[in-house]
Structures are given as C-alpha cells and as structure tokens.
Design a protein around this ligand. Structure first.
Ligand code: NB4
Ligand code: NI
Length: 188
C-alpha cells in the first residue's frame, strides 16, 4: 500500500526530471505500480482509511511522486463534487500525450495543491480548458479522449509531473492572484 511516506517532496531531484516512456508490453511491475497509485487515490478519498494512515486527499498522482521516473499517472475524480452532472473520471494513463488543446484557458478558483508540496503556494494556475489526450491503458489498449473542466485540469497537473514541472511554476510571480485575460474560473 502506498502512503505519504512513499511520496517524495519538493527539493527531491526526481520531481524535476523528464520521466522515461513506459515500454510495451507492460511489465508486471508497471502494472502493479499503476494499480497501487489508483488505490492510493481511492484510499485517500475514503475518510476512514485516510485518517487511519494519515493520507492527504488526492484526485491525481504521477509515478515520479513515488520516485519512479516513468510516464504513468492515475486520476480518480469522483462525480459527487459540486457539479453532480459531471460523471466520475477514474483512469490510469500510460505514456499520455496532449495532442491538441483549446485556446481557452481555465483554472481552479482556489489555486492548486500538491502531495509533494508541504506548504501553501497561492495563485492562479492557468490550464487549458479542453484537451485531447492519447495514452495506453493497463491492458495496453490505445485511447484518444477529449477531457474538459476538472478532469482536464487534473490530467494537466499530472502530465506536468512527468515533465518535471510543478504547479507553482505556472503562477505569475509578479501577480499571483490576478486572472490572466480571457481565462475562466472553473465552477463560476
Ligand atoms: C492534484 C490536483 C491539484 C490540482 C483539486 C483537488 C485535491 C491533489 C493533487 C489539480 C490536480 C495531487 C498530484 C483534492 C481535491 C476534491 C475531491 C473527493 C472526496 C476528497 C477530495 C478532495 F483532494 N485537489 N488534492 N490535491 N497531486 N481536489 N478534492 N474530493 O489531488 O499532487 O500530482 O475526497
Ligand atoms: Ni502534484
């Protein structure tokens, strides 16, 4: 079981590396890691398990955050958050690639946090509002998906980890809380 002790923190050099493509066919090791990452997210969102193991809640996690510099990530966004018209998005993405995206940008109203960052880093984090992402799943099957809104933001935060980018790199240091021109705020 993955716990917070497995999550590396800011300052660890792995968080700044470009992660390596995952080889196909997928190894048993990679499959196990991917399943463990998704299970961590589910555990972190279960109030009892989270309290028992002192897990911080997460909706996404990328392999580099557990010090495995490979291009895979897990996302678990429940449906029952604010907009109940949004379905659950739960997936493992291996070798994900954003093949196109909207010009329109969006952001979360309260900025972003990161399991690898033990401090507040307030500010607007601009994200693409819509992305088309290609990836392979745990069965080695290719997918091409259009994501928007909340799941699109989470996937962009995680793909950033595969490229050594932290969310606060995207905050304007001069004016962290200012909304860039033309951006919309998710949920408003
Ligand atoms: C990744 C997210 C940061 C911004 C937005 C949010 C939470 C993370 C980091 C975009 C991606 C983890 C990975 C939450 C959370 C809402 C849904 C369901 C019920 C509690 C849960 C709380 F926990 N970010 N944490 N941060 N990261 N929403 N929610 N709720 O997930 O560092 O790289 O359980
Ligand atoms: Ni993060």
């Amino acid at each position: 079981m993955i716990t917070m002790e497995d999550v590396i923190r800011e300052g660890h050099p792995t968080l700044r590396l470009t992660a390596e493509e995952v080889e196909t066919p997928l190894s048993e090791e990679v499959i196990q890691l991917a399943e463990d990452l998704l299970q961590f997210l589910k555990n972190s969102q279960d109030p009892e398990i989270a309290e028992q193991h002192a897990l911080r809640a997460g909706v996404g996690i990328a392999a580099p955050q557990v010090n495995v510099s490979k291009r895979l990530l897990a996302v678990h966004v429940p449906s029952t958050d604010e907009e109940s018209d949004e379905p659950e998005y739960s997936a493992i993405l291996i070798n994900p690639k954003i093949v196109s995206h909207s010009v329109q940008q969006t952001c979360l109203p309260d900025g972003e946090g990161c399991l690898s960052v033990d401090r507040e880093a307030p500010g607007i984090v601009p994200r693409h509002k819509r992305i088309t992402v290609e990836y392979i799943d745990l069965n080695g099957k290719k997918h091409k998906e259009r994501l928007r809104g909340y799941p699109a933001i989470v996937v962009q935060h995680e793909i950033d980890h595969l490229n050594g980018v932290m969310f606060y790199d995207r905050i304007d240091p001069e004016n962290p809380l200012a909304l860039p021109d033309g951006i919309d705020v998710l949920g408003s």
